[in-house]
Design a protein around this ligand. Structure first.
Ligand SMILES: [Zn+2]
Ligand SMILES: [Zn+2]
Length: 253
C-alpha cells in the first residue's frame, strides 16, 4: 500500500527524561519518514516522570500543538495510572504499560535498573516473579502496548536468553498479552529475541514498533524492529497504529 510509514509508538522528550523538545522529535521523525509519538513517563516511580493529574493534563495540552500521537508510558508498579479520570485517559491516543519493577512472592519489588538484588534471589525465582507480574499487568492495566517485553533487572541482563526465557515463560507472556489485547513491542532499545517475537505473532498478538528513544540519535529509529517484523512475516499495515487499530483510551466506560 502506498503512503504507509512506520509509527514509532514509544519515544521520550524533555517532558520526562528525554533530551529533545517535542518539535525536535517531530523533525527527526520526519527526516526518517517515521510517524512520531511522544510517550513520556507518566509515573512517580521514574526520575523526571510526570507525577500528577495536573501534570498529565499539561503534558497533553502541550502535545496538542504538534503533529504527534499522544502516548504515555506508565509503570505497572506505580499508582498514577490507577487514578487518572476517564476524561484524561481519553486524551491519549495510546498508552504503554511497563514492568519497570516486578513483585516478588513476599510483596517486595525488584526494580529493572537496580544494581543490588535481594540476597539469594535466583534467576528462576526472579523470572517467575517477572512473568507473574506481567500477568497482573495484562489483567489490570488498560494499555495498548507492553513496552520492552524482555527488559529484565540489570544484574540478569547479560544472562543467556535461554536461561531467562524458557518456553513456558514465553508462552505465559504471549497468552497474557493475547487475552488482554495488548500489543508486543519490538523495542529498538531492548531488543527481543526472535523466537519470542515469532511466538507472539503466531498466537495473533499485534506487534508494535518502538524506538524508546531519549536522544536525537535514538528517537524514531525503528529500522531494526521494522526489519524484524517484516522478516517474521508481519504486514506493514498490521503493525500497531492507534488510528488504524484503535486504542483502549477511546473505549468509554
Ligand atoms: Zn520503559
Ligand atoms: Zn520508554
Amino acid at each position: 500500500m502506498t503512503g504507509w510509514r512506520p509509527t514509532d509508538c514509544h519515544a521520550h522528550t524533555r517532558h520526562s527524561d528525554g533530551k529533545l523538545t517535542v518539535s525536535e522529535l517531530v523533525e527527526k521523525a520526519a527526516s526518517l519518514g517515521v510517524r512520531p509519538s511522544v510517550s513520556d513517563h507518566m509515573s512517580c516511580a521514574v526520575a523526571k516522570g510526570v507525577r500528577t493529574l495536573d501534570g498529565v493534563n499539561a503534558y497533553l495540552d502541550d502535545l496538542q500543538h504538534y503533529p504527534v500521537l499522544r502516548g504515555g508510558e506508565f509503570c505497572w508498579h506505580d499508582t498514577l495510572w490507577r487514578t487518572l479520570p476517564p476524561e484524561t485517559v481519553h486524551r491519549f491516543t495510546h498508552r504503554l504499560g511497563s514492568l519497570h519493577a516486578v513483585r516478588l512472592a513476599d510483596g517486595s519489588y525488584v526494580r529493572a535498573f537496580t544494581k543490588q538484588l535481594p540476597a539469594g534471589l535466583t534467576t528462576a525465582a526472579y523470572m517467575q516473579a517477572h512473568v507473574d507480574s506481567l500477568e497482573h499487568l495484562a489483567r489490570e492495566m488498560p494499555v495498548d502496548i507492553l513496552s520492552h517485553p524482555t527488559l529484565v533487572t540489570l544484574p540478569f541482563r547479560q544472562l543467556p536468553t535461554d536461561e531467562l526465557w524458557t518456553e513456558e515463560r514465553e508462552e505465559r507472556m504471549v497468552e497474557a498479552l493475547f487475552a488482554a489485547g495488548i500489543a508486543f513491542e519490538i523495542s529498538n532499545r531492548y531488543r527481543p529475541h526472535e523466537r519470542l517475537v515469532k511466538r507472539a505473532i503466531d498466537r495473533g498478538v499485534r506487534i508494535s514498533l518502538g524506538s524508546d528513544g531519549h536522544t536525537l540519535e535514538q528517537v524514531a529509529d525503528v529500522a531494526a524492529p521494522l526489519g524484524m517484523a517484516r522478516r517474521l512475516g508481519v504486514r506493514d499495515e498490521d503493525l500497531y497504529d492507534p488510528r488504524r487499530h484503535g486504542s483502549k483510551t477511546t473505549v468509554r466506560a
